[in-house]
Design a binder for this molecule. Structure first.
Ligand SMILES: *Cc1c(COP(=O)(O)O)cnc(C)c1O
Length: 374
């Protein structure tokens, strides 16, 4: 048997006709930039998340950069985030000349640890402007204490929701848990387009207006520029595709959750739950399982074995950001964030896409059992 980490073809087969019809309609209209599909998708995403506003942009990375720009973050400012995330979270901070300041993660959820965040803020972070908690793998960070700290220390809270559209924290969706929230429509995300795309949500009308300006070179009236922005727009073609896919998102998410729970049961049944650390979902959270990540000793050997028996896996992420070459100038060293470093050595993502079948999950678990028997 072969089980891919992600099989987008099976999803595409089901929506192909509908998607191609919408793509054709955009081509027939010859309206490619900021038309009715982007506006429509913005309304629909805002509705879905429960936010007042949504602004379509060119990628999740751009969403982060534009959020920071709208927050007034510039050279020398500090922005606090987790070192255990996709590079873009900290890359966006550095791109603006600002300084990423890292805080270690919670060992169970892998999201930024509010206690460590509080300890850092108590010591004082001179020039801090914002916090970017990341909702990793599909589960929201512990936002209540993070927001309280943001308020206390006058820091804007920007959610990195790239992996977590539809995730819930205490009954509220990712997208309304901070001052702004950044989404990605990269193909491997739960709602993916056919290329790059992104979106911001906010309840703040001033920030929404600013984001709309920044994505078109800082202009409200064409050719008159109030500030320096950039060109970062979501394409009509991508928006049209996303509007088709958004209708299925809840069903796909439910299928991911079902697959996640099924893995949990299969690992328990196989007697693997003390060898394989299963994902921990914090009470009050709805994880949307963008990834099903287990923690194991001998991770690299297991991964190689699984590849040899046809099971695709991935390591998100093999090197925490404070140890990346490009961030050497920040002065961090090995041992600074032990939980992130340990997780980077042990985390392994298994196939979890909505169309994954029970027999395939059973195969994945039996292969892992086989590996640990040897
Ligand atoms: C994917 C991702 C991004 C970046 O999104 P792109 O659309 O690829 O630019 C940012 N943060 C996290 C946590 C991500 O997973």
């Amino acid at each position: 048997m072969k089980v891919q980490l992600l099989n987008l073809a099976s999803q595409y087969k089901k929506i192909r006709k509908e998607v191609l019809r919408e793509v054709q309609a955009v081509c027939d209209s010859q309206h490619y930039v900021l038309g009715k599909n982007v506006a429509g998708l913005e309304t629909e995403i805002a509705q879905y998340c429960g936010s007042k506003f949504a602004v379509g942009v060119a990628s999740g990375t751009d969403a982060l950069i534009l959020a920071l720009m709208a927050a007034g973050v510039g050279p020398g400012d500090k922005v606090i985030t987790t070192p255990f995330t996709f590079f873009a979270t900290a890359g966006a901070i550095a791109r603006l000349g600002a300084i990423p300041v890292f805080v270690d993660i919670n060992p169970q959820t892998y999201n930024i640890d509010p206690n460590s965040l509080e300890a850092l803020l108590k010591k004082g972070v001179k020039g801090a402007k914002a916090i970017i908690p990341v909702h990793l793998y599909g589960q929201c960070a512990d936002m209540a204490p993070i927001k309280a700290l943001g308020k206390k220390y006058k820091l804007l809270v920007i959610e990195d929701s790239a992996q977590s559209i539809g995730a819930e924290y205490k009954g509220k969706k990712a997208g309304v848990l901070g001052d702004m929230s950044c989404f990605s429509f990269y193909p491997t995300k739960n709602l993916g387009c056919f290329g790059d795309g992104g979106m911001l949500t906010t309840d703040n009308p001033k920030l929404a207006e600013k984001l709309r300006m920044l994505r078109v070179h800082g202009s409200k009236v064409r050719y008159f520029h109030d500030e320096v922005g950039t060109n970062s727009r979501l394409d009509e073609l991508q928006a049209a595709i996303l509007r088709v896919k958004l209708k299925y998102l809840e069903a796909w998410t439910e299928a991911r959750i079902k697959n996640g729970k099924r893995y949990d049961r299969l690992f328990e049944k196989a007697g693997l739950s003390d060898i394989v650390t299963l994902p921990f979902i914090q009470e009050g959270n709805r994880s949307v399982y963008n990834q099903y990540v287990v923690k194991v000793k001998k991770r690299d050997e297991l991964r190689a074995y699984l590849a040899s028996v046809g099971v695709g896996t991935e390591i998100y992420y093999p090197m925490p950001l404070h140890l990346q070459k490009c961030f050497k100038y920040l002065g961090y060293k090995k041992g600074d964030f032990p939980v992130s470093e340990k997780t980077a050595k042990e985390a392994l993502a298994l196939p979890i896409y909505p169309e994954l079948r029970e027999a395939e999950q059973k195969y994945v678990v039996s292969c892992i059992a086989e590996f640990f028997k040897k």
